[in-house]
Design a protein around this ligand. Structure first.
Ligand SMILES: *[C@@H]1O[C@H](CO)[C@@H](O)[C@H](O)[C@H]1NC(C)=O
Ligand SMILES: *[C@@H]1O[C@H](CO)[C@@H](O)[C@H](O)[C@H]1NC(C)=O
Ligand SMILES: *[C@@H]1O[C@H](CO)[C@@H](O)[C@H](O)[C@H]1NC(C)=O
Ligand SMILES: *[C@@H]1O[C@H](CO)[C@@H](O)[C@H](O)[C@H]1NC(C)=O
Ligand SMILES: *[C@@H]1O[C@H](CO)[C@@H](O)[C@H](O)[C@H]1NC(C)=O
Ligand SMILES: *[C@@H]1O[C@H](CO)[C@@H](O)[C@H](O)[C@H]1NC(C)=O
Ligand SMILES: [Cu+2]
Length: 288
């Protein structure tokens, strides 16, 4: 599955950096004594994993697993160089992990999330504090559950702003918006996963594609809930687009406009103008 490929890459990197740590541990400790991280800040978040009731596509009211009752979940924002501590309190009915998609996690492998690879799941009723350091990343990433199919509803954006005194290499924007593209199943997510595991067949196709948890106004009963942003003609906006879908690649466009890609997966890109983007699961694009 596309969404998970990257994580195997991490494991290799982590194993390699593990070897380096053994050799570098004393120079690093010396360095640690003298090094003062200028304006780096520490942020604290609390993620309560819990069930919440949501209705989409007419009658389909159901409980889904969420962080803090929100679907999509809260945005984690910081500046490059900052450290974020997230206390995950699992009040849900499942064992779960949270993964920081695309963050290198140097020296924090046990906070990285893939279940049974870098950490055991956080048991239902337990809590675990994860440390995330943005050493290289700048732009847009996301976090998501890394257990079974739970990331279908347990996910949110990560926004990493430039360090104080530095700025993004693209023109100033009037405002910015985060668009999390995703999928909604009327069925119970655990059942969708279990059915595929038991039958060996493909996963049941989702009932709707979503933007920030809302099916578009083409979908039944969603006219009042479609995600909308208000913009002023002639102004420049930044859209942070995240594909949180389990398995769907999306084409994304803004009617009557071209988009300029200026970043992807928390790295800046050479500006690229096109009528649309194609975005795969796990990927992010920053668009003007
Ligand atoms: C909603 O539920 C009612 C009553 O159960 C049923 O008659 C109707 O067909 C349902 N509509 C949809 C779109 O599922
Ligand atoms: C989803 O299905 C699982 C397994 O069948 C069950 O334990 C869980 O309670 C169900 N969740 C909801 C919200 O119905
Ligand atoms: C969570 O993990 C524990 C320990 O492995 C296990 O006993 C329990 O059944 C798991 N809970 C669920 C809901 O899968
Ligand atoms: C977190 O778990 C520890 C035990 O591991 C417990 O003492 C503490 O009260 C828990 N905190 C919360 C907020 O649940
Ligand atoms: C949208 O909201 C209006 C006013 O509250 C209501 O009359 C209408 O039935 C709603 N439409 C849908 C599709 O939910
Ligand atoms: C988008 O770019 C194409 C190719 O450069 C151009 O032909 C078209 O007019 C542009 N569309 C808009 C809405 O600017
Ligand atoms: Cu991921």
């Amino acid at each position: 599955m596309l969404g998970f490929c990257c994580d195997f890459g991490y494991v290799l990197t982590l194993l390699l950096s593990g070897l380096f740590v053994i050799q570098l541990v004393s120079p690093l400790m010396l360095f640690g004594i003298f090094y003062r991280p200028g304006s780096a800040k520490t942020h604290h978040y609390t993620f309560v994993i819990k069930e919440a009731t949501y209705a989409r596509l007419c009658n389909h009211t159901k409980t889904i697993l969420t962080v803090n009752g929100l679907y999509p979940g809260p945005t984690v924002s910081a500046r490059k160089g900052d450290i974020v501590y997230v206390q995950v309190i699992n009040k849900g009915n499942k064992n779960i992990t949270i993964h920081w998609h695309g963050v290198n996690q140097p020296r924090d492998p046990w906070s990285d999330g893939p279940e049974y690879i870098t950490q055991c799941p956080i048991l239902s009723g337990a809590n675990f504090t994860q440390r995330i350091q943005f050493t290289e990343e700048e732009g847009t990433l996301w976090w998501h559950a890394h257990t079974e199919f739970d990331r279908a509803t347990v996910h949110g954006a990560i926004v990493i702003y430039p360090k104080f005194g530095t700025s993004s290499p693209f023109p100033k924007t009037h405002k910015e918006f985060t668009l999390i593209l995703g999928e909604w199943w009327n069925a119970n997510i655990t059942d969708v996963y279990d059915n595929a595991m038991q039958s060996g067949c493909d996963f049941q196709i989702s009932d709707a594609n979503t933007i920030n948890g809302q099916p578009g106004d083409f979908a039944p009963c969603s006219a009042n809930d479609t995600f909308k942003v208000q913009v002023e003609q002639g102004k420049r906006y930044l859209f942070r687009v995240i594909n949180s879908a389990m398995r769907t690649e999306f084409f994304f466009a803004i009617a009557g406009h071209n988009v300029t890609v200026v970043g992807s997966d928390a790295s800046y890109t050479k500006p690229y103008v096109n009528e649309y983007i194609m975005i795969t699961p796990g990927q992010t694009f920053d668009l003007l």
